[in-house]
Design a binder for this molecule. Structure first.
Ligand SMILES: Cc1cc2nc3c(=O)[nH]c(=O)nc-3n(C[C@H](O)[C@H](O)[C@H](O)COP(=O)(O)OP(=O)(O)OC[C@H]3O[C@@H](n4cnc5c(N)ncnc54)[C@H](O)[C@@H]3O)c2cc1C
Length: 242
């Protein structure tokens, strides 16, 4: 049986705001063992009275020495995410344990085309895959379909706008599209995956991540389009902790 990784202190080194409700945290974690694109970690916060709370967060970027990046969305009335998105300051410490997860990963040796399907903050581990592809100078073609409520909710907006040969990005807006957007606001549907994705015959590796309902809907649509179940990997961002 795999040994459980140990808790390590993690110091906040840098913060980048992504949207009004989300920010990226760069943490310095002495002795971090490295990770694969798509993996996550457990993060533990401890209050002054010793009370602890633990949640899972995807790693947003490939391993970079002792540095790891997370992007956290504030859940209203949440216990941990408001601290990470509003309160924690550079120099503050939490603990992390990981990396966690061995199935929802993309390795740079891969040769199959890749389809990434993100719902909201589900973009985080998929961005790690996009960045890992770029870092490895991989020529594997990637297509990203990114579903979100409105234009202002995009994470990594600048970076995804920059030309990255072999990466195609399609946005799907569920509430308020930008002016003049040709697709009406609606949840992800078959046409989005048919037009923005790969034909099943190309045998792409599909990675779907987001809230549970989104992941189930998108995975069902991929199956309906003929993608093989063993090539559809899913990660659900449901509540964690306890
Ligand atoms: C493998 C994995 C990876 C994850 N990666 C990320 C990530 O990269 N970025 C990120 O922002 N979050 C991520 N999450 C979600 C994260 O673990 C927490 O659940 C989230 O930050 C809320 O924690 P909280 O303590 O603020 O809310 P809690 O105090 O746990 O919950 C407050 C209320 O919100 C509800 N709730 C909790 N989590 C969610 C949620 N995700 N969606 C909708 N309602 C929720 C609860 O049911 C509860 O009613 C991931 C979850 C998993 C399982």
């Amino acid at each position: 049986m795999a040994r459980r990784p140990t808790w390590r202190p993690a110091r906040l080194a840098e913060v980048r705001r992504e949207t009004g409700t989300a920010r990226t945290l760069r943490l310095e974690v002495p002795g971090w063992p490295g990770h694969l694109a798509g993996q996550h970690l457990d993060l533990r916060v401890t209050a002054e009275d010793g009370y602890t709370a633990q949640r899972s967060y995807s790693l947003a970027a490939p391993a970079d020495g002792d540095s790891v990046e997370l992007t956290v969305e504030q859940v209203p009335d949440g216990e941990v995410s408001p601290y990470l998105t509003e309160v924690m300051e550079v120099g503050d410490e939490v603990e992390v344990r990981g990396p966690v997860g061995g199935w929802f990963v993309w390795r740079a040796e891969g040769t199959a085309p890749v389809l990434l399907v993100a719902g909201g903050s589900g973009i985080v581990p998929l961005m790690s895959m996009i960045r890992a592809r770029r870092r490895a100078a991989s020529r594997v073609p990637f297509r990203l379909i990114y579903s979100l409520r409105d234009f202002g909710g995009r994470y990594y907006a600048e970076e995804l706008r920059r030309p990255d040969p072999g990466l195609d990005v399609t946005y799907v807006y569920t509430r308020t599209p930008p002016e003049g957007w040709r697709r009406p606001a609606a949840r992800i549907m078959l046409d989005d995956l048919a037009e923005g994705g790969w034909p099943a015959g190309f045998e792409p590796e599909c990675y779907v991540c987001g809230p549970t309902g989104f992941v189930e809907a998108a995975a069902d649509l991929l199956l309906a389009l003929g993608h093989a179940p063993q090539r559809i990997r899913t990660e659900r961002f449901g509540p964690t902790g306890g």
